[in-house]
Design a protein around this ligand. Structure first.
Ligand code: AMP
Ligand code: GLY
Length: 442
């Protein structure tokens, strides 16, 4: 069998899902070399070798020198970069400079995620539907007038990568126009620009696409649950869990999927015009079904976490072929098939997450009690002395998979019984009650 040597950067649940998907290849002998900032025990079991890099953002400040050396040493066939920060800082360009291609976008194409203004302006310039009313500000001239025009229903966004903390929604994070303006001013001081957007209302959905710059192929539609606590309350998190259905999410329509696909293809083509090169990798759109049609919330230039934990276990086609086709810009020539099953992902998180999470506490898993049809993904957990320890962020992603959605949810809950420690999860994710709430948002 042909051997493929793959450099995988990252050590979260998403990267564990990527590693598992790579290893399922039936055509290649897959060797994974992982570049991590902490030893993820799930990935460690799957990889041939790993390098722990404790430099900030995987060594971005030093031009990713350690990463480049590692990539050359292992003679990687290609690289997959999981997280947004190193992609945004140019990890792909650094690897390309030593002759290694990545299934991820260059720094210039990754502005789709790293600059919210870039994306909004592309939609406007190329007359692509999906934008809310918005304005990018580099000073406060006309700010109050624009907020008034939106009748005080607006969102303030930082124009850069903020690890999900750069979005302030009226009604959730502030109430009055003056409060919103204060937030905007502090962003201006920090980053020199911000966006004001019309506040959109309706159920949200994630749609991720494999993209080679010419072809964009959608994965199943997925819904995230960002709030920390049951009933969709509490602070925003990276995502407490995600669901998908054998067909589409019940609270969106085929038309929403078609619209989101049309928007994504048009944006992919516009990116090529703006950047002078093709986007390679994942375009992950956050969309909303509103009474005025399908709207774009944002694009990410990578797999979602947890969304990757739902989508990748369903991928029936060879992931290696897809990655190589993306890099070679022949994605239209390879099959991309997903099994038509439901998935319910719930993240186990440390007590106190996200504001004051416990760390360095033991967490136990009785693997014999994990039912069939459940996938476990390690995230912010490390293994030491044969024990698992919490590292302070989302710890373990549990994914129930079944033809039947309710059974997928039950499987996830059954598996969670096998885990003990100072942790919690959202029991309501995947329940009929919460689905009903999404339906009522229409
Ligand atoms: P984050 O993933 O933390 O960047 O937060 C993005 C979240 O902010 C989305 O999932 C939406 O819930 C919310 N959001 C962003 N833009 C808007 C908008 N224009 N209208 C309403 N909600 C928005
Ligand atoms: N699911 C949220 C994210 O990956 O950004």
């Amino acid at each position: 069998m042909n051997t493929k040597r793959i450099l995988l950067l990252g050590n979260g649940g998403r990267e564990h899902a990527i590693a598992k998907a790579l290893k399922r290849s039936t055509q290649y002998n897959v060797e994974i070399f992982c570049f991590m900032n902490a030893k993820n025990p799930g990935i460690a079991k799957l990889c041939t070798a790993l390098k722990i890099c404790t430099e900030k953002n995987f060594g971005a400040e030093n031009g990713f020198q350690t990463l480049k050396d590692f990539a050359q040493n292992i003679q990687a066939n290609f690289a997959i970069i999981g997280p947004d920060d190193p992609i945004g800082a140019g990890a792909v360009d650094a690897l390309q400079s030593v002759g290694i291609e990545s299934m991820a976008p260059s720094k210039t194409c990754a502005r789709l995620e790293s600059s919210k203004g870039f994306t909004r302006n592309i939609l406007e310039k190329y007359h692509i539907p999906g934008n809310p009313q918005f304005q990018v500000f580099t000073n406060t001239v006309g700010l109050k007038e624009f907020c008034q025009k939106l009748e005080g229903k607006f969102v303030v966004k930082d124009d850069g990568l903020c690890g999900g903390k750069g979005v302030h929604v009226q009604g959730d994070h502030f109430e009055t126009i003056d409060e919103g303006i204060e937030i905007a001013k502090s962003m201006l001081e920090k980053h020199g620009s911000f966006l004001i957007e019309e506040k959109l209302e309706g159920p949200e959905f994630s749609l991720m696409f494999f993209v080679d710059g010419i072809t964009a192929i959608a994965m199943p539609s997925i819904a995230d649950h960002k709030r920390a606590f049951e009933g969709d309350v509490g602070p925003n998190t990276g995502g407490m869990g995600t669901i998908s259905f054998p067909k589409i999410l019940p609270f969106i329509t085929e038309k929403n999927i078609e619209d989101a696909t049309d928007i994504t293809k048009a944006v992919m083509e516009a990116v090529e015009k703006e950047c002078g090169e093709n986007f390679h990798g994942i375009m992950y759109g956050g969309f909303m079904r509103t009474k005025n049609g399908t709207k774009l919330i944002e694009y990410n230039a990578r797999f979602g976490d947890p969304e990757a934990l739902n989508a990748l276990p369903l991928l029936e086609s060879d992931f290696i072929d897809i990655c190589e086709a993306i890099i070679a810009e022949r994605l239209s020539e390879v099959p991309v098939l997903f099994s038509k099953k439901a998935t319910v992902c719930k993240y186990i998180v440390p007590n106190g997450y996200p504001t004051n999470p416990l760390s360095d506490q033991e967490i136990q898993i009785d693997e014999s009690r994990i039912p069939k049809g459940v996938e476990i993904f390690f995230a912010s957990v490390k293994e030491e002395d044969g024990k698992y320890w919490l590292c302070g962020s989302r710890a373990i992603g549990i994914v129930g998979i079944d033809e039947d959605f309710a059974k997928a949810e039950q499987k996830a809950e059954m598996a969670i019984q096998a885990i003990s420690g100072p942790v919690f999860h959202r029991k309501d994710i995947g329940t009929a009650e919460l689905l009903q709430k999404r339906m009522e948002m229409i």
